[in-house]
Design a protein around this ligand. Structure first.
Ligand SMILES: [Fe+2]
Length: 395
């Protein structure tokens, strides 16, 4: 069934500040948990900061099972296997610690912990599967999210990305009953991120905010978070990349990624849908592929949202006084590309080994991706092929 009106949602509680993860055990206790299923990446689980989470659980005598088998792109098999262990171990609370992939793994395990079947039964190619607009799904177990990157916004979101290994595609699923009970945002958890990852994840957050701001389904609540995120990330990402122990920059980036996560209640748009295939085809990170598509797609979109592009240019520090509206609006694409290059990200595929013969097939797939329907301008097959040519040749 489809409901009327725009939906804006987030976790029940967001707790922000250095050291907040040392209260994880107390929050599990508040949620009535006896045994936690702790999902984290192998690297993350070896960090000193991670020990604070484990120690807080031990202090409260809360038993836990540490699951570290999730991938950069979480697969159906990893999630089904995680759920099997969750049930065998009789866990009753889930804690996700990491970047988007670990947080998405935690959510996906939650979906099948309380609902029958495999995670494969819950998502499809190209479309975002909203599981909870139907009456037959159960809410996931109580969940705590602890991000270790400042990018994905998954800690405040209701959605997860999963890979179907049988048919080799990524799908989105979730809905309001997948929202975490608590998001613990601790800037100290992001300090060990290397500079390249800081740049790529921070740029991802910036594009979440941008695409929310000119999205077809934008709303006042998302506008507010989106513009604030653009300003904050533009101001602090370079500092966080240049000096990972700059705590003010780390704090502000974690806030910016959270704001962008709230803004993403709209969904994403064409920069995301056109970039998704570049990650698997060229082995680039999500943030890098966004940086490659941002310039061409923003120029393409400008005619459909001139005033919004001027707001974006101004939020990124451009002085638009005295300029004509179109000149001011096109500055947004220029500065977004320059900004990506300034933090060390590629802005075209011309340095990557590629085959332009793939363009028509890539355009066909991007055109029917769900995120494309949120774009302020509807691309044709020819439009998309031209955007990929621009990304390939840096036109
Ligand atoms: Fe993204």
């Amino acid at each position: 069934m489809s409901f009327k009106g725009s939906l804006f949602m987030g976790p029940e509680r967001v707790i922000f500040g250095c050291g907040v993860v040392s209260d994880t055990g107390a929050y599990v206790e508040q949620l009535g948990g006896n045994k936690a299923f702790l999902v984290a990446g192998k690297t993350t689980s070896g960090l000193a900061e991670f020990k604070a989470i484990e120690n807080s659980l031990k202090e409260k005598n809360i038993d836990y099972y540490l699951y570290t088998e999730s991938d950069v792109n979480p697969t159906d098999n990893q999630i089904d296997n995680g759920c099997r262990i969750y049930k065998e171990e009789k866990c009753d609370v889930i804690i996700g610690v990491g970047g988007g992939s670990n947080l998405d793994t935690a959510k996906s395990i939650g979906i099948i912990a309380t609902n029958p079947g495999s995670i494969r039964d819950n998502f499809a190619p190209n479309y975002v599967t909203n599981l909870y607009d139907t009456p037959n799904k159960n809410a996931i177990p109580p969940m705590i999210m602890i991000p270790t990157t400042a990018g994905t916004g998954s800690e405040v979101g209701a959605w997860a990305v999963v890979t179907n290994t049988d048919e080799n595609y990524k799908g989105f699923c979730g809905g309001w009953m997948c929202l975490p009970k608590i998001a613990l945002l601790d800037p100290e958890m992001t300090v060990s991120m290397p500079s390249k990852l800081t740049a790529a994840t921070g740029y991802d957050a910036l594009i979440h905010a941008l695409e929310a701001y000119y999205h077809r389904y934008k709303m006042p609540q998302t506008d507010m978070f989106a513009l604030s995120a653009i300003k904050r990330i533009f101001k602090y990402l370079g500092r966080a990349v240049a000096n990972g122990s700059d705590m003010e920059a780390r704090e502000q980036m974690l806030l910016g990624a959270m704001e962008a996560g709230y803004a993403m209640n709209t969904g994403c748009a064409l920069i995301h849908s056109s970039s998704l295939q570049l990650t698997s085809k060229f082995g680039l990170s999500h943030g890098e592929t966004l940086a490659i598509m941002a310039g061409p797609v923003m120029r393409y979109n400008t005619m459909a949202c001139v005033d919004r592009m001027i707001d974006v240019a101004e939020a990124m520090g451009e002085n638009t006084r005295g300029l004509g509206k179109l000149d001011a609006a096109y500055l947004a694409a220029d500065i977004m590309q320059k900004f990506a290059a300034s933090v060390g990200l590629l802005t075209s595929l011309n340095k990557v080994d590629h085959d332009p013969g793939m363009i028509p097939a890539m355009a066909k797939i991007a055109r029917v991706n769900d995120n494309t329907y949120g774009n302020p301008r509807t691309p044709t097959q020819e439009d998309l092929e031209e955007l990929y040519r621009q990304a390939y040749y840096d036109l």
